[in-house]
Ligand binder design. Structure first.
Ligand code: DC
Length: 448
């Protein structure tokens, strides 16, 4: 899979310079889409095709081979094998290219070429319609902006360095003309994508802009890494089964050392076949308690973020925790849960959604109910009583399995789901209260 950084913005915002430097520093393939249009304009100028002969320009595109190579920080542009890096920046090409790039058929062919150039690579691509049209689903989308005056100043300085003769007024006029052409183009017009990060570069140096862009890219790369890590499943090797056993025994000993653990109703967990274990959620220690003290392997469903923390990520992989992207309809995660139940595994879900969700005024979430009704799996409610303060009592009570097969459906109704979710939660609360009252009574009588 390729990683796409898309950068748009009007001319003179430093897109080219920044993209080139970032490509080199972050080892990304640099694609300057403006250069592809410039190549077409150059080829048309060389063949002396006037703009009126639109079809000839369109046909010409099919005879062109455009290539880019990043060498020592410079982006070299090749047209039919010839290095045209300098020539495509000439005054003639610059004034002809807006008209050429406005031809719809030329754009379609160039967009196709640009997508092919990016295929299978990690790229940074700059232009006018990259975030909106060429790669609307790019991993990173940035819009660079600056006032027309500032952009004209920059371009004027750049031209002088390159020996291009143009007055400041001429440069500014040309920039304003190109802005207008870019924004009014029928296809691929320059606009800000709603999900793009806008950076106003007017008062920033190239270095400052580059740092900002790099930070955005690095953040995204980190997120992708965590996601990949979260969704990488570990095969069930003998070694993994051994790890599960050892960790359960070790953690079990620790729990028993630090808490006075009492397990009730263990017989309610069937020895085989699919099950959904639903418990109350006090803090992170309760999920571990269920994994440790349930005789069977329990696969918890936990938010993706868990995999940001190395040790948790390690444990998550050992116990096949199913990651879920909260705040979205995570279909992938749902499919994994259904598959696990069909395989006869045990799922662990906190219907409260978050720690102390119900106490905080939340409603029971319908995920567990959905799994139960969709797959016809029984639900074992579990009440965990205790505060997890050191050396206090923790009572884990497994309730009787609840059978919802009479409601089994491929697409359960919302009302039924809510009813079932509330019923499961009520059972959990009842079991928790049973445990709590016992802790209080015993403490009162100084028995424990
Ligand atoms: O970025 P540049 O100045 O090299 O772009 C040259 C021309 O190509 C300019 O007129 C805008 C146009 N262009 C476009 O229409 N779409 C793109 N993705 C990139 C550039």
């Amino acid at each position: 899979m390729s990683f796409i950084v898309a950068i748009d913005g009007p001319s003179g915002t430093g897109k080219g310079t920044i993209t080139k430097q970032i490509a080199k520093e972050m080892k990304l393939t640099n694609i300057d889409t403006g250069a592809t249009y410039r190549c077409v304009a150059l080829a048309a100028l060389r063949k002396q095709i006037p703009l009126e002969e639109k079809q000839r320009i369109i046909d010409l595109v099919d005879t062109l081979s455009i290539d880019m190579k990043q060498e020592k920080g410079n982006l070299m542009i090749f047209l039919n094998g010839e290095d045209v890096s300098k020539e495509i920046r000439s005054k003639e090409v610059t004034s002809f290219v807006p008209q050429v790039s406005a031809i719809k058929e030329v754009r379609l062919k160039m967009v196709d070429l640009q997508r092919k150039m990016a295929n299978g690579k990690d790229v940074i691509m700059e232009g006018r319609d990259i975030t909106t049209y060429v790669f609307p689903k790019a991993d990173v989308k940035i819009y660079l902006d600056a006032t027309a005056e500032e952009r004209a100043k920059r371009r004027y300085k750049q031209n002088k360095e390159k020996g291009i003769e143009m007055s400041y007024e001429e440069v500014k006029e040309s920039i304003e003309k190109r802005d207008k052409a870019d924004q009014e183009r029928e296809m691929g017009a320059l606009t800000i994508a709603p999900d793009a990060v806008v950076i106003d570069t007017t008062n920033l140096t190239i270095r400052q802009v580059k740092q900002k862009v790099k930070k955005i890219i690095q953040k995204k790369q980190k997120e992708i890494k965590i996601k990949e890590r979260a969704y990488r499943e570990r095969p069930n090797t003998k070694w993994k089964l051994w790890e599960q056993k050892v960790i359960k025994a070790f953690m079990g000993a620790l729990y028993r050392l630090f808490y006075r653990v009492e397990i009730r109703g263990e017989e309610n967990v069937a020895k085989e076949g699919p099950l959904i274990i639903c418990a109350n959620h006090i803090n992170y220690l309760d999920a571990a308690a269920i994994v440790i003290f349930t005789k069977r392997k329990v696969r918890f469903i936990a938010k993706e973020d868990l995999y940001r923390i190395r040790p948790l990520s390690w444990l998550g992989h050992i116990f096949d925790v199913i990651p879920v992207n909260r705040g979205t309809q995570d279909i992938e995660s749902m499919k994994k849960c259904v598959k696990a139940l069909k395989n006869g595994e045990v799922l662990g879900i906190f219907p409260e959604g978050t720690r102390k969700g119900i106490a905080r005024g939340g409603k029971a979430k319908t995920g567990a109910a959905y799994m139960a009704l969709r797959t016809g799996t029984k639900v074992v409610p579990v009440g965990i009583a205790g505060s997890f303060k050191l050396f206090t009592k923790v009572i884990v009570t497994y309730g009787k399995p609840i059978d919802y097969t009479e409601y089994t459906s491929k697409s359960p109704e919302k009302e039924t789901l809510e009813k079932v979710a509330n019923e499961i939660m009520e059972q959990i609360i009842m079991l928790t209260n049973q445990g709590s009252s016992c802790i209080i009574t015993k403490e009162k009588n100084n028995i424990s």
